[in-house]
Design a protein around this ligand. Structure first.
Ligand code: CA
Length: 239
């Protein structure tokens, strides 16, 4: 399991990154200032550092130069502005890649994997264990799903949606979160997009909004996936 260090001063962004990266199976440590980040990088020896360039105490570029004088840990710099000189300077100072905010966790994950693969420091991909929700088994690595032992044919988006909900089974997830994380549209889009995919997914699960078994719409809040027995909602819901 790659061990990551996220140096980011924005608390909301930091929390979102940590959640997304942990969901993807990384161990994540954080720092909110440049100096704390430098300290953590030296102390914890992470496999990779995600370094924000705009930090409150020391400029991220300077943190990178100090880090490079003591460590060759892979670094991906994150910059809020698509400013070429800043990016070029960071790459010249030893950054392995860069990412421009706002970015989705999928893009960051792809860059982390690419950097680790390029530097040969990645462990062989261990298949992620399946997630079980009642009779539903979701295999994240092979992107397969079975329901009561029978394979389900899902589109890539339906799979992503189901997998996201399965990892949060029993929790109500908002449409906004689904748009941001599954569709990578952090600024929001049409809630209808989510609803349409949910209705397709529901059909493939063999249920309806009026008689849900796994997929429960919680009016005005969002949706949750739960095993039929612990769904805890004997009343038919309308969604
Ligand atoms: Ca910042």
């Amino acid at each position: 399991m790659p061990h990551l260090l996220v140096v980011e001063d924005d608390p909301q962004l930091r929390a979102a990154l940590v959640r997304a990266l942990r969901d993807r199976g990384h161990a994540v440590a954080t720092a909110s200032t440049g100096m704390a980040g430098l300290d953590a990088a030296v102390t914890h020896r992470p496999d990779l550092v995600v370094l924000d360039l705009g930090l409150p105490d020391v400029d991220g570029g300077q943190v990178l130069r100090m880090l490079r004088s003591v460590s060759d840990v892979p670094v991906i710099v994150a910059t809020a502005r698509d400013e070429e000189p800043e990016i070029v300077a960071a790459l010249e100072d030893g950054a392995d890649d860069y990412i421009v905010k706002p970015f989705g966790s999928g893009q960051l994950e792809a860059r982390i994997k690419a950097v680790l693969r390029r530097l040969g420091s990645t462990e062989p991909d261990e298949p992620e264990p399946p997630v079980r929700v009642g009779g539903l088994l979701v295999f994240p690595s092979s992107r397969e799903v079975t329901l009561d032992g029978e394979p389900l044919e899902l589109t890539p988006r339906e799979f992503d949606l189901l997998c996201y909900l399965a990892r949060r089974q029993g929790q109500v997830v908002s449409r906004r979160e689904l748009l941001a994380e599954v569709w990578q549209q952090p600024l929001g889009g049409a809630d209808k997009t989510v609803d349409v995919h949910l209705s397709w997914l529901r059909r493939k699960l063999g249920e309806t909004a009026q008689k849900p078994r796994y997929l429960h719409t919680v009016r005005t809040v969002g949706v949750k996936l739960a095993a039929p027995d612990d769904a805890g909602s004997p009343q038919p819901e309308r969604g």
